[in-house]
Design a protein around this ligand. Sequence first.
Ligand code: ADP
Ligand code: MG
Length: 293
Amino acid sequence: ATPTALMAASGRGARLGIFLKGYQALESTRDVDTVVLDKTGTVTSGEMSLVDVACGEGVDRARVLRLVGSLEEASEHAVATAISAAARAELGELDRVESFDNEPGLGAVGVVDGCEVLAGRAKLFDERGLTVPPELERQRGEWEQQGRTTVVVGCDGAVLAVLALADLVRPSAERAVHRLHRLGLRTTLLTGDNAATGRAVATEVGVGEAIAEVLPGEKVEVVRRLQAEGSRVAFVGDGVNDAPALAAADLGLAVGAGADVAINAADLILVRQDLTVVPDGIELARGTLRTIR
Ligand code: ADP
Ligand code: MG
């Protein structure tokens, strides 16, 4: 590689909010045919808000919010932060959490006010043999069709309520995806969220396919599976959980301020908020390669 071409690319990249880790990043871009986009924090803003609460029969909304809000104060997940903030806004002071366990990709479990509180995906409840009452299950399905993230809340083995959270899709996402397609790339949305929510968000931004209910540790396996099928994969992610997938991908793109581990694992660092920085990065790398050859 000619150092001048690389330096010129670095300069142009910096103006676009793109930082190249080196020549390797450019080489990798050449053959990429599939772009895997992490949903939460990448395609969406990751700043969630609680928008709806459906309680089971005879269940008091304030009690539900107190239990789940107190529990989620112990978690740093975006879903948890949104729930505890809403509970605090509505109820003021919350209760102390007596014990807390994070179930990665599923939810949270802990003791609040002497009651064992569960909050998370339906799978967290399935695993414990707990069933969601039909009316709450129907509401959950409806919200997920609308692209909401839903959280089921239980206490001492009884399902109390379902919550709906909204996470705004980045306004630039649809344009970015459209440009990736014009570059001849296939797109896939990857999420730990449920299948209906994943599909709804994929449809909203025009991504071809959604792979949902992927546990944090399995993201890297999805990348490897696509590679085993013959794809050359670019992975775009932001979080701590995304680092192994960023490293395993043929090209790793870390977006936003991002977690330090994500930045270390990536080939390209994208510091512009606007998601069109993704096609910009791929075009920049491809263009630079053409100059070098
Ligand atoms: P993503 O990859 O979409 O950011 P995660 O793998 O971190 O998601 O989590 C997957 C899903 O598990 C979330 O969408 C949420 O439904 C549920 N979840 C995770 N942590 C919590 C929590 N503390 N409280 C409630 N639900 C949670
Ligand atoms: Mg994420």
